[in-house]
Design a protein around this ligand. Structure first.
Ligand code: UDX
Length: 443
């Protein structure tokens, strides 16, 4: 703790990753200064408000602002003066149809910071980047910094899940630092000393391996989800039940049950764009065939959306035109208000384009959904959205939907038909209440 109190850390970029990292490091006892180029975001954070939904983060932000351990700025000179360790936490979105990562934010973080570095400094990237990026950035940092090679850069990917960001940051399952500099390694070790003392594995690798750890972890997770979704496709036509299949597989501890949940598939700001950026990078490196299976992983995932729409269409007699459709869920997963590449909104918007009146409800993501998808209708409650519906689609498995009462919902809908896109409901219970229940991968 004494060490932590002395260390001053800057966090560059205050989105999901950066804001969570900044608040958690302050909670761990460090002096933290967060930087973002977005003034509005910085004003919100300064006033103790988190610009997105992340359980537990508001409390950490407010208590650490009050304790004086956490501050925010838009000024690179201030950040450079304040800290000896800088963490780059900016986004790397998908660039365009090529699928490659857009590195403009990481580049401008380094270019914004470097000219102010006049004393020996450690810069550590946490963003997800294509393998090879860190080496280029390290050279750029040393070239632009007045202190030259004494400004050193390493790469330490994060693995936090949205919705569990605080927990995953305070209790990471591993720390990976890619560097060949003992100063960088020492700074990162000091940052996570409490976690390492508590048993968190600490791995020192070269920069390329560290970059690859992150993208390959996400590629593996995406593959696991698409694997079980491929089994769902087979199960549907073979007369099998993918839920029972997944359960039986899960007892083999070499396979395990996590990320084996069949349904509408993955979305969000990470898995879809990370597998595409990984393929694009493999292509550049001349090893495209090594990752061509990820194309299939992506295709299986996209087919889940089409299949969900097909099932709903069948349920209402073959045509969406003039029908009333309720969609439960807009966020890409529960406990988040993130709608980036949301499977739920993709399905909702396609059904609307086929002529249905679609009404969406989500416990947290309504405001964002409204801005991005003005073509959809929104309700401020689950029963409000399902009122007069010819079919209900459950597309994000919020606890509120899992615990829905089929009798109560049955009172307000026009027809008791439900598509369970996340295999989140008990079919026996819903059928007993008079509902026609359909799910992906089941009979
Ligand atoms: C992911 C990784 O888990 C995390 O380690 C990394 O740092 C960032 O990317 P996140 O995008 O927050 O995190 O979401 P995650 O919980 O991994 O879920 C991703 C998507 O997969 C969601 O759309 C979810 O609904 C879907 N999913 C997950 C399934 O369809 N089935 C499953 O069994 C698990």
């Amino acid at each position: 703790m004494v060490e932590a109190e002395r260390m001053r850390v800057s966090v560059i970029g205050t989105g999901y990753l950066g804001a969570t990292t900044a608040a958690c490091l302050a909670e761990m006892g460090f002096e933290v200064l967060g930087l973002d180029v977005d003034e509005a975001k910085i004003d919100l954070l300064r006033s103790g408000r988190v610009p997105f939904y992340e359980p537990g983060l508001d409390e950490l932000l407010v208590s650490n602002l009050r304790a004086g351990r956490l501050r925010f700025t838009t000024d690179f000179a201030e950040v450079a003066e304040f800290a000896d360790l800088h963490l780059i936490c900016v986004g790397t979105p998908q660039r365009d149809e090529s699928g490659a990562a857009d590195l403009s934010y990481v580049n401008s973080a380094v270019e914004g910071l470097a000219p102010h570095l006049t004393r020996p400094t450690v810069v550590v990237g946490r963003s997800t980047v294509p393998v090879g990026t860190a080496a280029t950035l390290a050279a750029r940092l040393a070239a632009l910094a007045p202190v030259g090679k004494e400004a050193e850069l390493g790469w330490s990917p994060e693995f936090l899940r949205e919705g569990f960001g605080v927990e995953d940051t305070l209790h990471p399952d591993r720390i990976v630092i890619g560097t060949d500099s003992s100063r960088v390694e020492k700074a990162v070790r000091a940052l996570w000393q409490q976690q390492v003392d508590a048993g968190t594995p600490f791995l020192v690798t070269d920069m390329q391996t560290a970059e690859l750890v992150k993208v390959s972890a996400n590629a593996f997770l995406a593959t696991k989800i698409s694997f079980i979704n491929a089994m769902a496709e087979v199960s549907e036509v073979a007369g099998a039940d993918v839920i029972q299949l997944a359960e039986a597989l899960s007892y083999d501890d070499r396979i395990g049950g996590k990320f084996l949940g069949p349904g509408l598939g993955f979305g969000g700001g990470c898995l879809p764009k990370d597998i595409r950026a990984f393929m694009a990078r493999a292509d550049e490196l001349g090893v495209e065939p090594a990752l061509s299976f990820l194309r299939e992983v992506d295709a299986i995932n996209q087919r889940r959306r089409a299949r969900t729409i097909d099932i709903a269409r069948q349920l209402i007699g073959g045509n969406f035109a003039g029908r009333t459709v309720a969609v439960l869920g807009a966020a890409f997963k529960p406990n988040s208000d993130d709608i980036r590449d949301s499977p739920a909104l993709d399905v909702a918007s396609t059904i609307a384009s086929l002529g249905a009146r679609v009404t969406v409800y989500d416990p947290q993501a309504l405001e964002r959904a409204r801005q991005e998808h003005p073509e959809l209708n929104y309700a401020d409650s689950m029963l409000g959205a399902t009122r007069d519906a010819d079919v209900v689609l459950l597309l994000t498995e919020w606890a509120e939907f899992r615990e829905a009462n089929p009798d109560e919902m049955g009172e307000v809908v026009a027809q008791k038909r439900i598509v369970d896109g996340r295999n989140a409901l008990d079919p026996t219970y819903w059928r007993a209440s008079g509902w026609t229940y359909r799910a992906l991968g089941r009979q």
